[in-house]
Write a protein that binds this ligand. Structure first.
Ligand code: ADP
Ligand code: MG
Length: 219
């Protein structure tokens, strides 16, 4: 069975500065342990699509299902629970809390006792066992993204959603991020990565391109 299914997603924005229709009938399905990369130029609607898949966007039409449950119709409580337990998010600009250590940034995402121990475990898993107490500003961009990935994976999610995860990284750090994503996939995780970077395609089982509000298969 598919883990995540999106059907006929439609979203348009209307502002005083004009209109945009980034999603005009988008279908997508993702099975367990699969990695889908969505490409497309800036402004093509990649972030909008990811927000829709995350249940963070009010759609004009269409539906998103996770294990058969309508994400777009979750109550606030059900959605928070889903985000916390089943989904991890990775962003281009990391979004770490600047005054907290790497450990505390990760621990924020974890519930219950043993939070620091679990935070250390996942930080070690991304190669940061020597930076537990480091504040984000003292870390390189690549290290900051690894903290963010540790945070995203702290609750063993089934699904990782990443928005331009290597957009601010050099080649070596990007490769490290791709390696961590592949490890996640080999453990059974599913990923949707949106990125306009060519290199991201190398880890995809399927590459899709968003163009004029439609999603087309590239490879
Ligand atoms: P991408 O991530 O591929 O760069 P986005 O999903 O951010 O594209 O944006 C797609 C289009 O929708 C763009 O034309 C953008 O200006 C517009 N857009 C995105 N978010 C909003 C918003 N909150 N209000 C108005 N327009 C928006
Ligand atoms: Mg974007």
């Amino acid at each position: 069975m598919d883990l995540l299914v999106a059907h006929d997603l439609r979203k348009s924005y209307h502002t005083r500065r004009g209109s945009a229709e980034p999603l005009c009938g988008v279908d997508l399905s993702l099975s367990k342990s699969q990695c889908v990369v969505v490409t497309g130029p800036s402004g093509s609607g990649k972030t909008t699509l990811l927000l829709a898949l995350a249940g963070m966007l009010r759609l004009d039409d269409g539906k998103v299902e996770f294990e058969g449950n309508r994400v777009d119709q979750f109550s606030h409580k059900a959605r928070r629970h889903w985000w916390r337990r089943r989904v991890g998010f990775v962003f281009q600009s990391f979004h770490l809390v600047p005054y907290l250590s790497a450990t505390d940034n990760v621990a924020l995402a974890i519930d219950g006792p043993g939070r620091r121990r679990r935070a250390h475990e996942v930080l070690a898993g991304v190669g940061l066992s020597d930076r537990y107490e480091a504040k984000p500003i003292t870390l390189s961009a690549g290290e900051q993204q690894r903290v963010a990935i540790a945070r995203a994976m702290a609750n063993n999610p089934d699904l990782l959603l990443a928005d331009e995860p290597t957009g601010n990284l050099d080649t070596a750090s990007s490769d490290e991020v791709y390696r961590l994503f592949q490890e996640f996939q080999h453990r059974g995780g599913s990923l949707v990565i949106v990125s306009h970077q060519q290199a991201t395609r190398t880890i995809a089982d399927r590459v899709l391109e968003l163009d004029q509000g439609k999603l087309n298969t590239v490879a």
